[in-house]
Design a protein around this ligand. Sequence first.
Ligand code: PHE
Ligand code: ZN
Length: 882
Amino acid sequence: MPRDAVPQPVRLSDYRPPDWLVDTVDLDVRLHPTATRVIARLGLRPNPEGREGSAITLDGDELALKAVTLDGEPLAGSAYVATSSALTILAPPQRALVLEIETLVDPSANTKLMGLYRSSGTYCTQCEAEGFRRITYFPDRPDVLAVYTTRIEAEREEAPVLLANGNLVESGDVEGTSRHYAVWHDPWPKPCYLFALVGGRLDRVSDEFVTATGRKVDLGVYVEPGKAGRAGYAMDALKRSMRWDEEAFGCEYDLDVFNIVAVADFNMGAMENKGLNVFNDKYVLASPETATDADYANIEGIIAHEYFHNWTGNRITCRDWFQLCLKEGLTVFRDQEFSADQRSRPVKRIADVRLLKSHQFPEDAGPLAHPVRPQVYREINNFYTATVYEKGAEVVRMLKTLLGEEGFRAGMDLYFDRHDGDAATVEDFLACFADANGVDLTQFALWYAQSGTPKLAVSGQWDEAARSFRLDVSQTLAPTPGQSDKQPMVIPLAVGLVGPDGEDLPLVLDDGTNAERGVLLITQPKQSFVFRDVAERPVPSLNRGFSAPVKLTSDLSTAELVFLARHDADPFNRFDAGQTIALAYLVEATTAARTGRALSPPEALVEALGSTLEDSALDPAFIAQALSVPSEGDVAREIGTDVDPDAIHDARKALRQTLGEALAPALKAAYARHAPSGAYSPDADSAGRRALRNASLDLLAAGGSPEGIARAVGHFERADNMTDRFFALSVLAHSAPDAREAALAAFYERFRDDPLVVDKWLALQAQIAEPGTLARVGGLTTHAAFSWSNPNRVRALVGTFASINQTQFHRADGAGHDFVADAVLELDARNPQVAARLLAAFKSWRVLEPGRRASAERALRRVADRPGLSPDVSDIVSRSLE
Ligand code: PHE
Ligand code: ZN
C-alpha cells in the first residue's frame, strides 16, 4: 500500500470466493542480505465457484518483478500488468496452468517486520495477516489453500540452520560453492499467512514427543547462540500442551517435526506457522535469574496457544479476516483452559477476567469499539485486538456454560469432523454446536455482531411469608460506533443463593425446575426469577465465575459484599466482592480528593481483606489477588466521565497506605510465613507463595514508612530470583524516592547485557507516577539500551508509559500526550503496526476532564494532519477522532 493512499474499507458483505485457486506452491528462495531472489512456481486453476473467464490477480507489496512465465513460456509484456502492489495476468487460458514468478526482496531494509526480514542477522518471515505478498506475488487471502514445497539456499557460514514448514525432505551443499540448501515439504494445504522460513546461526534444544497413536515427533526450540540454557521451560510447556490437546480435545499432532524459533525483533507475541512457530524471544527464554513468575506463566500460555492453533487455525482456518475470532477467540479459550488445568483454575480465571476488564472493556467503551466479528476494516492489522481475542474467548466460554461440558465437546468434535481442511466462518462454527445439541443459537450469535459491554442490573427481594426469593434482571447495551440500535443478548448468568451459614441454598425455581448448573438464561430486556423454599434471607452471588462478560450492578449492600468476600463458595465472586467494595470506595475517595471533602475510613474493606488474609484454607495466590487494589485504569473506567487521573492516583495511594497500616500485623505474618524454602521453582504453588509475600511487602511499604522501605531494600538485596528482585525494585521505584535511584542503577549494571531484563527496567521507570517521569522517559529514548527499531524496547518504554502511567501520560499540561504523539510519528515511517498500537493508547481520551481531553484531541489531530501516514496509523487516528 503506497503511503497516503487511504485504504478503501473492506466489507464482510462484499465477500466473494476467489476466481483462481492455487493447489501447489514451489518456492525457491536464495537468501541474500539485500537481494534475496524468490522464484515461486504456482499451480493454478480456475475456481468453479469464481467468476468465469476472469484475469489472475495476485497481490504484492514492495516487490521487484524480475520474470514471469506461463507453463514454461516467458509472458509477453502485453499479457500482464505489474506494479509493486499487484500482478495481473490479463487473459489467461481458463484451465489449470503453472505460473512462475521471480522477484527480488531486500530483507535488511525491511523495518516493518512483515514478510522476509532479519532479526539480529537471522532471516525470518512473518506473513499474517498480509505479509506473504511482500515475499512473492500471490492471492494473499486465507481461503486459498495450497501445498507448499520450499527450497532455501544460503551461505553455509551465514545461515547453517535452514527451516520451513512441514517435514525436511532433502538437504546438502550446492556443489562448488560456499552455499547449502534444504528442501521442506508441508503436505497439509494451508493459506499463505501460515507460510514461514528461517535461516540463521542458531542453537537448538531437542526433544521428542510420542503422540496418542504412537507417532514420534521431533521437537526443536531454536534460539540465539548461547541462549539454549533458557529454552528448557518452553520445551517442557510444549510437550505438556501436546498431551493436553489430545486429552482435552482429541487433537493429535500431524507432522514428523515441530519447530519453534525465538527471534528478538517481532511485532507480536508469536505466530502459529504450520510446524514452524516463530516467537518473540520474550515468550521463549526464561531462567530463574532473568524471568519472573508472570513471564513463566506467559511462556506456558503462549507456547500452548500457538501449538493449539495447529487445529484451531491451521487444520481449520478462516474464510476471510472478518472471521479472525474463529481461530483467535477459540484458541485463547483453549489456552486459558490449559493453564487453568496446569495451575489453579480460580486464580487463572481471576487473572483472565482482570485482563479482560482492563483491556477489552475500555476498548468496547470507546471510539475503537468493534464487534468480535467486525463488519468492516480499513487495515486488518488493527483488528488483532482484545475484543477479537479476549472477548472472543469469553463468547466460546459462554457456549460451554450454556451447553454444558458434554454438549460443548460434542460441538467441538463435530467442528473438527465437519470442517477439517476448510476455510470456515463463524456461522459454520455455531452450526456445529446447534446441530450437535439440537439448539437454536440465532440470538446467541449477536455476541459476534454487537459491540459494547452489556449492562446487567440485578436486584433481589426476599419474601419471608412466601419463603421465596425473587431476582429482577434487566439488560441494556449502549450505542457504539456504527451501531445505534441494539437487540437484547443471551446472557448465561451463573448464580448462587448463599444462606446465613455461608452454605449455598438449593436453586429451585417456582415452577419446580432446577436452574440448570446454577445458570439463569437471560434473553429479554427485563426478566424475573423466583426461587422457592428460601426459608432465610439469602445473599445472592451473581455472575459466578464471571459467566458472562457484562458490567453487573446490583443492590447488594456493603455488608452483604463483606459477607460474600468471606463466604462465597465461588472463588471468583469471593474475590470480586472485595474488589467491588474497593472500587466503590475509590470512586468516593476520588470525588473527596477533588472536592476536599473528608472521607470515612475503609472499614468494610479492611474487614474483608483481614479475614481473607487470615483464612489458612485459601490458596496464597488467591489471597495475593484479593490484596491488589483496583488499578487507576479500573477506577477511571468506573467513574467514566470527567476523569481526573491525579485525583484517582491520590485516592488509591491513600487507600493502599491505610490498608498497609490497618493490616500490618497480618501482612507481616504472611510475609514471614511465605519465606522461600529451597531453590526457585516456577510451579504455581511456589509462585503463589511468592505472590502473597510480595503483595504483603508492597502494602507494608505503600505509605513509605522507614520500616516498610527497609524491608523492601532487604528483599531486593537478598533476592535470588527475578520475581523477588524485580518486585522489590518496583516497590522501591514507586514508594521510596530516596532508595530508588541506587536500586535502579544496581539492577541495570547487573543485567545490562540482557535485553529482556533491560525491558523490565525501562518499563518500571515509565510507570513512576511523578512529574519527573516524562523527562526520564524522554532521556531513556537516547539511552544505549533503547532502540526505536526493536518493538519490545518501544513497548517497554513508550508503550508502558502510555498505557499504564495514567497521571503522566495524561499530564495536565498536555506534554505526555505530545510525547506519545511524537513517538507515534517517529515510529510510523519505520514500523506502522507498532506505531498504530501505541496510538491506540489514546482510546479512552473522551472520558477525561475537559482540559486533558482538549490536549489529547490536539495531539490526535496533529497526528491526523501529518502527510504520508501509514494506513495503520491513519485508520486508528481517524476512528479515534470520529
Ligand atoms: N496469530 C498470532 C497469534 O497467535 C498473532 C499474530 C498476528 C502474530 C499477526 C503476528 C502477526 O495470536
Ligand atoms: Zn492466536
